[in-house]
Design a protein around this ligand. Structure first.
Ligand SMILES: Cc1cc2nc3c(=O)[nH]c(=O)nc-3n(C[C@H](O)[C@H](O)[C@H](O)COP(=O)(O)O)c2cc1C
Length: 328
């Protein structure tokens, strides 16, 4: 590190280049972060909430787990996001009206999951009342039929100003949940039901798939001061597992997917694991041994055979596949 590196950075520093020397990626490409949705078809239904502007990010996050995404957008949604942006992100024409092709039925290539995000007050209440008078509600009528047959998951992410979250909405959400629709809890901030982070939406879709391998399984994962434990815990959630994630305090940003309990040290982690009611299908220690005999599975971390300190050299797909194998 030179003395220049230690200078304060002026905000208005001019930046003139240099031209890129690395090979250019395909403009539409995403880097695969996991395989939980490989071979899966996901319908993203975008309603006319202001959070519709985030839909292209949700699409790309779904694609990073391997999903093939088709977007359905209401006319109101297209006030807040353009068809061009949705099409660029999904690589597929956006369905904005129904045609003689009966797009709402997805007959020849059925969807594995339907994610309504953002889901408006209007569309949620119509869905719960069995109304099918728009491109979104007609598609969702068919989606619920597939869900009832165990062939698809349906998820809604309610997103609206807190004043709209009234008793009518609550009753509709209760009805939908009783039918088997997954209601994704909103991010609660500024008196609003905000759309959750994309990683959370994607994890919910993965976990809701009828074939998710760890549905009805429960795990404890204790993470150490590198990202390995967090990555393992998130992967188990995406496979449908219920995970108690305990994290030793460190610089890692807490995962919005697993919402870890952050503890000061291994002794406190042991106390929590002993107190946690269970039963657990596995207690996974990724701290390098803090849990001792409490753990049923030890994942080597930075001082072990496989891992570098920042996680960068971890062959994570192989590691995760190995862990999953050992749990099935
Ligand atoms: C600026 C603006 C933002 C809106 N944001 C939301 C919202 O976040 N959630 C919601 O339920 N409705 C919101 N609405 C109202 C919906 O757009 C309206 O109820 C519309 O009929 C929804 O149609 P759709 O469900 O077919 O997309 C908003 C309206 C405006 C003008």
């Amino acid at each position: 590190m030179s003395r220049d590196d230690l200078q304060p950075r002026p905000l208005a520093q001019p930046w003139l280049g240099p031209p890129r020397s690395v090979p250019l990626a395909d403009d539409h490409a995403v880097d695969l972060r996991g395989d939980a949705l490989v071979g899966r078809r996901v319908a993203l239904l975008v309603c006319g909430g202001i959070a519709a502007f985030k839909a292209p990010l949700t699409i790309r996050a779904l694609r990073r787990q391997g999903a093939q995404v088709t977007v359905f957008a209401s006319p109101q949604a297209l006030r807040y996001v353009t068809t061009d942006a949705l099409e660029w992100a999904s690589l597929t024409p956006v369905v904005t009206t129904l045609s003689p092709q009966a797009e709402h039925l997805s007959g020849a290539c059925p969807f594995d999951a339907y994610l309504v995000a953002p889901a408006t007050y209007n569309t949620i209440n119509k869905l719960a009342a069995g109304i099918a008078d728009t491109v979104l509600t007609a598609t969702l009528a068919s989606a619920i039929g597939r869900m009832e047959q165990g062939r698809a998951a349906v998820l809604v992410a309610p997103t609206m100003h807190g004043s709209m979250h009234n008793a009518i909405l609550t009753a509709s959400l209760e009805r939908l949940q009783s039918l088997g629709v997954r209601v994704i809890p909103p991010r609660d901030a500024y008196g609003k039901d905000n759309i959750p982070e994309e990683s959370v939406l994607v994890a919910e879709v993965c976990a809701a798939l009828p074939e998710a391998p760890f549905r009805s399984r429960q795990f404890v994962v204790v993470g150490g001061r590198d990202p390995v434990g967090q990555t393992v815990a998130e992967d188990l959630v995406r496979r449908g597992g219920r995970v108690l994630h305990v994290q030793l305090a460190c610089a890692l940003e807490p995962s919005p997917i697993t919402q870890p309990l952050v503890v000061a040290d291994g002794a406190r982690a042991r106390e929590l694991v002993r107190a946690a009611p269970g039963p657990w299908d596995a207690v996974i220690d990724a701290t390098g041994g803090s849990l001792g005999a409490l753990a049923t599975l030890h994942v080597a971390t930075k001082d072990g055979d496989m891992f570098s300190a920042d996680g960068s050299e971890v062959d994570m797909p192989a590691l995760l596949a190995g862990i999953r194998e050992s749990l099935t």
